[in-house]
Design a protein around this ligand. Structure first.
Ligand code: IFM
Length: 410
């Protein structure tokens, strides 16, 4: 992508008020989240690793925020762990509310804009046991939780994300069976997806009832899809259908209930219709070693193909919703820190390119501030701007993190 390369030669400048941040989620960093479905599954040996103390961020949040500040970030996205706030149905834990108040105030004191996610993959055990988002009860419980957070912490939250990655949550927990509740079943999978739309809307209204001016959005994982054979009508049709279902179905339904759209971007797919068998091959990290420009893909440690310029196309695609957009996540697992600098630099150039073409992008949150518990993969994938030594909990800033100081905000 020529424009991207050219943009890197000059110092990237973003409009006034642009947020440069990093994102994280409670269960992945806090440690000792003992009251949710993930912890239980970890204890039962259903996952290959236990989150345990994770990054001990629950106790070390101040140190982490100070590092973020030193890196030149002006915003952070965290999540509030539902199972800490409501460990039993209707029993609210005031000590934990106070904990999050202190956390959020600390962010404010450091001049960090606070984006908060309410559901980032973990459910209190009691919610999971009553079917989670498979049924209406889960939807109502979530709306109550959102209301409670708005009522008690609302004035400490600048930007709200109701739900993180509804599609990923549904696929991993109900189609692939790799995450709680470990199902591989179409009917619950569809119900959960549809109920997450309802859950977003109910939470949205609950928050707005308390704080009418609240800025509420969602973090939606959209891959960038292209036809494998760009000129083949079947591959093109397939790409349109898959992109509609995966990227737009959810957003189309919640577009009147959000002030902004959050985009999580990681994946690039070349979609091919298998002509011989009449089947669909999504080619997720399997066959293609080459990009359309015939250069080889660089991959992250998880094998994900790196295609930062996909961000430009996705942002352009989201323009039709006429809402501000935040890139709520984008990043890579890269233990050697070999590709992170270039990847972020190209992702930011792609973002700038979209802004220059009229897309209202308000911020970029790198995933993640520190290394953390990468769900069923455990601790080995290293996404952090900051390395964690899990033996000692020592934080070491990676070289690539210097990039944020090089970015200019008008
Ligand atoms: O770690 C996850 C995060 O919880 C949700 N988005 C993708 C990240 C990397 O896989």
């Amino acid at each position: 992508m020529e424009e991207t390369k050219t943009a890197q030669k000059t110092r990237l400048t973003f409009p006034k008020g642009f947020l440069l941040g990093a994102a994280a989620a409670a269960h992945q960093v806090e440690g000792n989240n003992t009251k949710n479905d993930w912890w239980r599954a970890e204890e039962e040996g259903k996952l290959k690793a236990k989150s345990g103390l994770a990054c001990d961020h629950y106790n070390r949040y101040e140190e982490d925020f100070q590092i973020a500040k030193k890196l030149g970030l002006n915003a952070l996205r965290i999540s509030i762990e539902w199972s800490r706030i409501e460990p039993q149905e209707g029993k609210w834990n005031s000590k934990e509310i106070e904990h999050y108040r202190t956390v959020l105030q600390k962010m404010k004191d450091l001049g960090l804009t606070r984006m908060v996610t309410l559901f980032h993959f973990t459910l209190p055990v009691w919610v999971a046991d009553s079917g989670g988002f498979e049924n209406q009860k889960g939807v109502e419980a979530f709306a109550r939780f959102a209301w409670f957070v708005a009522e008690n912490l609302g004035n400490e939250i600048d930007l709200w994300c109701t739900i993180n990655e509804p599609g990923v949550y549904t696929a991993m927990g109900y189609r692939k069976g790799l995450w709680p509740p470990f199902k591989k079943s179409t009917v619950p999978m569809i119900s959960v997806y549809l109920n997450l739309i309802k859950a977003h809307k109910s939470a949205y209204h609950a928050i707005k009832e308390v704080i009418p001016e609240a800025q509420v959005g969602i973090a939606k994982n959209n891959p960038y899809n292209e036809p494998f054979y760009r000129n083949h009508w079947l591959d093109r049709l397939l790409t349109r259908v898959v992109t509609y279902i995966g990227n737009h179905y959810f957003l189309d339904r919640i577009q009147n209930e959000c002030e902004f759209i959050g985009l999580n971007y990681y994946f690039y797919h070349q979609l091919r219709f298998h002509h011989k068998h009449g089947g669909v091959d999504m080619n997720r990290n399997r066959h293609e070693e080459y990009r359309h420009d015939h250069t080889e893909f660089v991959r992250s440690d998880l094998g994900w193909r790196l295609f930062p310029e996909g961000l430009y196309h996705l942002l352009k695609d989201l323009k039709k919703y006429s809402k501000p957009i935040y890139i709520t996540e984008n990043g890579l697992a890269d233990a050697k820190d070999a590709h992170r600098y270039n990847y972020i630099s190209e992702a930011l150039s792609a973002t700038k390119h979209a802004i220059d073409e009229g897309v209202d992008v308000r911020g970029y949150f790198y995933w993640s501030l520190t290394d953390n518990f990468e769900w069923h993969e455990g601790f080995w994938p290293r996404f952090g701007l900051v390395e964690i030594d899990y033996e000692t909990q020592k934080r070491t800033v990676r070289d690539s993190a210097k990039i944020f100081k090089e970015i200019k905000i008008e």
